[in-house]
Write a protein that binds this ligand. Structure first.
Ligand SMILES: NC(=O)c1ccc[n+]([C@@H]2O[C@H](COP(=O)([O-])OP(=O)(O)OC[C@H]3O[C@@H](n4cnc5c(N)ncnc54)[C@H](OP(=O)(O)O)[C@@H]3O)[C@@H](O)[C@H]2O)c1
Length: 343
């Protein structure tokens, strides 16, 4: 059986370009003991992968030239040598941009996903998948969120941020989202129910705009972007505020020239707890997060948003748009047009 895979052709400089990627064909290897073969249905397109395309130290090894581009996949099991999976199940794990993947217990985020046929499949790769789980873990565990907190979320119209803002509202917080366009601002306050939005691109003075939106200061800043936004927020934190560091996308396209953080002293002034986290390192919260997110989705309390590109060959384009900052909701690739989406 032949597989089509997308590999790294050259290292991107800045925002990735189509020529950084190429499609190759290779036979699907034989299954080993404990492994399952997935026919991939959906890829989750993640900003963190941009960091893995540079030859620098990250929390995952850099992709080598000719190496498969890593990604979270959701696929239907077509062959199983694992007692945990049977044919027709849905397997999810961090594998790569390819039509068929072999999943084994060593795969990051290896999971047999129970799919409710009443819920579109793509939701399990966005708000009900790792984006939602990340928001949930970051707020509850790393951020120690409490009802009544003033919570600020950056990239608040994005995959993780859109869920983080809604979950914080559902837990009784006041939520301010930071976004990069007026359309996104209207979306997060109108469709997603956040209390206020700040457009960091158009605000003439970002500090003043955030002070106006949170005059009482900030208890919890859910950081998706780092850079200037983080630097601006540090002095606005309340004493004993918490900053769960989910990601720093502002740095990803230019890792060697990162924005200089000038206000780090404010961590001491405001006795801030600032801590990075990786959602897949909280497996004990997985069941709670998945169950709660699905319940909120079914009851209509959680709005899932996504943008879906169809076809393996269009995956680089979806990634390039994500890294250009123009997307809203979870960026996904459906491998065929039979995949059910949120519409
Ligand atoms: N720790 C974990 O376990 C974990 C898991 C998943 C994701 N993450 C991280 O969470 C963050 C959000 O990921 P996501 O998947 O939800 O992405 P996303 O928010 O759907 O998409 C990225 C958004 O980031 C904003 N952005 C801000 N500065 C940017 C820049 N310099 N270049 C491009 N975009 C920029 C853009 O929105 P605006 O128009 O609003 O600026 C853009 O639409 C990322 O940092 C990611 O690495 C962490």
């Amino acid at each position: 059986m032949q597989n089509r895979r997308i590999v790294l052709a050259s290292r991107p400089e800045g925002i990735p370009r189509p020529e950084n990627f190429t499609i190759v064909e290779a036979p699907v290897p034989e299954l080993g003991e404990g492994e399952v073969l997935l026919e991939n249905q959906v890829f989750a397109i993640d900003p963190a992968v941009r960091g893995m395309l540079d030859d620098v130290k990250s929390y995952m090894p850099p992709v080598q030239i000719g190496g498969l581009i890593p990604t979270m996949v959701l696929g239907r099991v077509v062959k199983s040598r694992s007692p945990q999976f049977k044919e027709g199940d849905f397997g999810r794990g961090f594998i790569g941009w390819e039509e068929y993947s072999i999943l084994n217990p060593g795969s990051v985020a290896f999971e047999n996903v129970t799919v409710d046929p009443a819920i579109p499949l793509t939701a399990y790769m966005g708000a009900l998948g790792w984006s939602g789980i990340t928001a949930y873990v970051g707020l509850h565990r790393t951020g120690e969120m409490k009802a009544g907190d003033v919570v600020v979320v950056s990239a608040a119209a994005g995959a993780v941020g859109s869920v983080a803002g809604q979950v914080a509202k559902l837990r009784g917080c006041r939520v301010i989202g930071i976004v990069g366009s007026d359309e996104k601002a209207a979306h997060i306050t109108g469709d997603l129910g956040m209390d206020a939005a700040v457009n960091y691109r158009s605000a003439p003075d970002l500090t003043a705009a955030l002070q106006a939106a949170c005059p009482e200061g900030i208890d919890l800043y859910f950081d998706n972007v780092g850079g200037r936004t983080l630097d601006t927020i540090l002095p606005l934190m309340r004493p004993f505020g918490r900053i769960p560091v989910c990601g720093m996308i502002d740095n990803y396209n230019h890792q060697t020239e990162q924005y200089p953080i000038r206000n780090l002293w404010q961590v001491l002034v405001n006795r801030i707890t600032m801590r990075g986290f990786l959602a897949y390192e909280a497996p004990d919260m997985l069941h709670e997060a998945e169950t709660q997110l699905a319940d909120w989705f079914r009851s209509g309390d959680l709005v899932a948003t996504e943008n879906v590109t169809v076809g393996l060959e269009n995956t680089p384009d979806a990634f390039i748009r994500l890294m250009s900052g123009v997307t809203s909701g979870k960026t996904l690739v459906a491998l065929n047009d039979r995949v059910t989406t949120l519409g």
